[in-house]
Structure formats: structure tokens, C-alpha cells
Design a protein around this ligand. Structure first.
Ligand code: NAD
Length: 449
């Protein structure tokens, strides 16, 4: 099929590349000229395992192209489908800001030369498909054009860090359609991704699909938050949350995923999607009190390691100390720093007068940019390329992202690299008893202290 993907970020680039890898003819469009120029030179704008190879293969086979102009792309061909995969950041009131999505819808209407499917891949509130339809139609009317089109909601469930695998082997594909024709085309497109198993393709109404995405992310945020809250209680009662996690995760009704207590969730999705769902409720006078609590708990949780650091040293004794930080990205496998707990912890340490020496396997550049954007004075933050370098002379280690590189470090190696022997493990990557056996002073999240 001929496909245009508008927005070449984490979702758009993965979506376009995966479709191209199955032999579709894909053009990825982005208004960010630098991004497109780099992609044309084979330089990826994001870190995502396996993506470079897939992009270069698809480009080499002539299935994947890049452009900065949607108008020109639509003038040259009428695609079977145009995916909208631009950002939907939170507005001031927590609602999803639709200006990019509706902007693209307008551009599609202004340039479309023949019938197509206009597909919302971005995460958008219930009712957006209707707004996209109205926006495209308004532009077509302005041109006096009788071109017909379908609007489809096709939310994306990929996880950064495992995006290619998630897209290539999805648990399910959700498509919200207004017509049988659109349902048939979407099913045909996704068949190779579900190995021909149509039971994995859920065809529903656009509003149902839009809600499904928010429901999925909010449900996962609730699970994490429940464990985070329970972890605080475990700390007080001398219980190890990780034992509890295994004990409950083995119950098939509960399952093992998203049960890890930690120093809060971040990223471009959970925080903003929880906010947007609360806002959606508010607009129709439905209070989503559980999600209000999720939001509040997560903010508190990002400060939880700072509370432990305060309790250990005494808040007034932290000035002048140096903290090694392992992990900056909001989660492993990505360089994405959006809403990363590391930013809250760095800010808190700097406010207390401490210095930070931080390492991350891939997010040093994006962290630098994120600190500048958040107005964090980086003069007392040193970013280093080697994790061991961060430990040298540090008064404590703070683990913020659970990269497998860090998990592989033995307590013996940690004890010899970190002279202070003090560890605040925000992701519970180490085993408390093993740390203790090597003379390390260990604090986890919900590990009993
Ligand atoms: P992103 O910020 O990484 O990428 C968005 C891209 O859109 C940017 O490159 C931007 O330059 C481009 N853009 C903006 N306006 C444009 C226009 N008019 N024409 C062309 N390009 C334009 O965003 P993302 O993380 O890929 O997220 C996109 C959407 O997908 C959001 O709604 C998000 O909630 C949703 N989503 C994200 C993830 C994730 O893990 N990142 C997962 C599922 C769903």
C-alpha cells in the first residue's frame, strides 16, 4: 500500500519504518528540517534498539522515503492512507493539545488529490476523529473539492526501548472505523503483523478506540502507582516489596507486568495521558478520583529518594556532597528524557547544595537539553561517559534508571568502585542481602528501610 506518515518522532518513525519493512511504499514527513536532513544522511533522531538497521534496509530497498513537505508529498501521489503521528502534549489545563493533529488534518484537506484514509495514530481524546473529519472536510469545501475520505482511529501501544518488537508483534491492533471499507483496508495492512490472526485485530468505533488507548495507559499507571504506594508502607513495616511483587505476580489474575515499585514513572505518555483522561472526565462532570491520586502519588514518588537521602544525612548536611547518578532517561532502552524522575532528583540535590555526576548509556545529550529546557543550572552537574567514573569520590550512588548495564554490576565491584559504600537504589535493581554482605549501606524502594 502507499502510505504517508506525518510526524517522524518515536511513533511516526517506528510506524513508517515497520510498514515499509513489510513492502509498503512509505513516505515519512516531518516539519523539522534538521530531523529529515539527518534521516536522509542515515542519522536517526532518536535512540531505539534495532531501528537504524530497519531504516537503512527499508531505504535501500526503496520502500522508505523522507520529506519535509506534506503538500508536496500529497501533490505527487494519492496514498491509500495518511497516518497522523504528531505530538499531543498536555495543555495548561491537562487536556491533550490537539493543535498539531488538527493542523495536519487541515494540511491534508488542503492538498489531498484523491480518496484516502486519514488515520489518527497519535493519542487523542474521545471525539477527535470527528474533529479531524471536520477539519479535513472544511479545507476540501474551501477548495470546492468532492474528494471522499475516511477517518480512522488507530492508537499505538508500542513501548519505547522495545518499539520495533512491539510494532512487529503486537499483542493486539485496535482500529476505530466509520465504514466497512476502512475496516477491511486496516485489517489488510496489519495482517502481516499479527501473522494472519485476525482475532488480534479489534475493529470498533473511533470513540471506542480513542478511549481504549487512554484506558490502557491509565490502567498501567494505576498498577505502578499501587505498588509505589505499597512500597512506602513496606518500608515502614520492614517488608520487601520485591518479594511481595513476586508473590502476587504469580497469580494469573494479576500477572507480572508493571508491578515494579520505583522512584516514579515518567515519559511522554503515562503522565500526560492520565492528565488528559482526568480532563476528559471533568468536561462531562465525571470525577476520576483514582487517577487524581495516581498523579499526586507519582509526583510524591519522584521525591521519595530525596526523602531517604534527607533522612540519611540530615537535610542540612547535604550541601557540598557529591552524588553519583546512574541513569537519566525515563526508562531503559531509550534516550527520552520527557518527565524523567532524574530531573526531579537532580533539581532536588542541587537545591540542597549537592553536586551530581551522572551517567547514562545513551541519554547524555538529551539530558543536557532537558536540563536546559527545565531551567536546571547544570554547572554543578557533570555528565560522564563511563559509569565507573561517576562513582569516583562520590558520597553516594543514586540509581534512577534500571539499565541492564547497571544490573550486571556485582556488589563486589560496586563496593570497590564506591568508596562511601552508600547506595540509594530507586529501581530495586540490587539485592539488599547481597549489598549488605559486601558492606554496602543500601536503601531501596520498599525494601524495608
Ligand atoms: P514526538 O514528539 O517524538 O514526535 C512528533 C513529531 O511530529 C516531531 O518530530 C515533530 O517535529 C512532528 N510534527 C509536529 N507537527 C508536524 C506537522 N505539522 N507536520 C509534520 N510533522 C510534524 O512524539 P511521539 O513520542 O512520537 O508521540 C506522537 C504521538 O504518539 C503522541 O500523541 C503520543 O502520545 C503517542 N504515543 C507515543 C508513544 C511513545 O512511546 N512515544 C507510544 C504510543 C503513543
Amino acid at each position: 500500500m502507499k502510505i504517508v506518515v506525518v510526524g517522524t518522532g518515536y511513533v511516526g518513525l517506528v510506524t513508517g519504518t515497520c510498514f515499509a519493512s513489510k513492502g509498503n511504499d512509505v513516505v515519512c514527513v516531518d516539519t523539522d528540517h534538521k530531523k529529515i536532513q539527518n534521516l536522509l544522511k542515515g542519522v536517526l533522531p532518536i535512540y531505539e534498539p534495532g531501528l537504524d538497521a530497519l531504516v537503512s534496509d527499508s531505504v535501500a530497498q526503496g520502500h522508505l522515503r523522507f520529506s519535509t513537505s506534506l503538500a508536496q508529498t500529497l501533490a505527487e501521489q494519492t496514498p491509500d492512507m495518511v497516518f497522523i503521528a504528531v505530538g499531543t502534549p498536555p495543555g495548561e489545563d491537562g487536556s491533550a493539545d490537539l493543535k498539531y493533529v488538527l493542523g495536519v488534518a487541515g494540511e491534508i484537506g488542503a492538498s489531498l488529490q484523491g480518496p484516502t484514509l486519514v488515520i489518527d495514530k497519535s493519542t487523542v481524546p474521545v471525539g477527535t476523529a470527528a474533529k479531524v473529519r471536520a477539519q479535513v472536510q472544511a479545507e476540501l469545501d474551501r477548495r470546492g473539492s468532492a474528494i471522499t475520505f475516511d477517518v480512522v482511529s488507530n492508537p499505538e501501544f508500542l513501548k519505547e526501548g522495545a518499539a520495533i518488537d512491539d510494532f512487529m508483534n503486537p499483542d493486539r491492533v485496535v482500529v476505530g472505523v466509520e465504514s466497512e471499507h476502512a475496516g477491511r483496508l486496516m485489517t489488510e495492512l496489519y495482517l502481516p503483523f499479527v501473522a494472519g490472526d485476525t482475532r488480534k485485530i479489534y475493529v470498533m468505533a473511533p470513540k471506542d478506540a480513542e478511549m481504549t488507548k487512554y484506558a490502557a495507559n491509565s490502567m498501567l499507571a494505576v498498577r505502578i502507582t499501587f505498588m509505589n504506594e505499597l512500597a512506602v508502607l513496606c518500608d515502614r513495616l520492614g517488608v520487601d516489596i520485591d518479594q511481595v511483587r513476586q508473590g502476587i505476580g504469580s497469580d494469573r489474575r494479576i500477572g507480572t507486568h508493571f508491578l515494579f515499585a520505583g522512584c516514579g514513572f515518567g515519559g511522554s505518555c503515562f503522565p500526560k495521558d492520565v492528565k488528559a483522561l482526568i480532563h476528559m472526565g471533568g468536561q462531562v462532570d465525571v470525577s476520576l478520583g483514582l487517577l487524581d491520586k495516581v498523579e499526586a502519588r507519582n509526583e510524591t514518588q519522584k521525591e521519595y529518594l530525596l526523602d531517604k537521602i534527607d533522612a540519611h544525612f540530615g537535610r542540612d548536611n547535604i550541601a557540598g556532597k557529591t552524588f553519583a547518578m546512574w541513569g537519566l532517561a525515563f526508562k531503559p532502552g531509550t534516550d527520552d528524557m520527557r518527565e524523567a524522575p532524574s530531573l526531579v532528583i537532580i533539581r532536588g540535590l542541587l537545591e540542597r547544595g549537592a553536586n551530581v555526576v551522572a551517567h547514562d548509556p545513551v541519554a547524555l545529550e538529551t539530558a543536557q537539553a532537558a536540563m536546559a529546557m527545565e531551567g536546571i543550572d547544570a554547572s554543578r552537574v557533570r555528565l560522564v561517559e563511563q559509569r565507573e567514573e561517576a562513582l569516583e569520590g562520590a558520597d553516594a550512588l543514586v540509581v534512577v534508571t534500571e539499565w541492564s548495564d547497571y544490573k550486571a554490576v556485582t556488589p563486589a565491584a560496586l563496593a570497590s568502585g564506591l568508596k562511601s559504600g552508600l547506595v540509594f537504589d530507586g529501581r530495586n535493581i540490587f539485592v539488599p542481602a547481597a549489598m549488605k554482605a559486601h558492606g554496602l549501606d543500601y536503601y531501596g524502594i520498599g525494601r524495608g528501610r
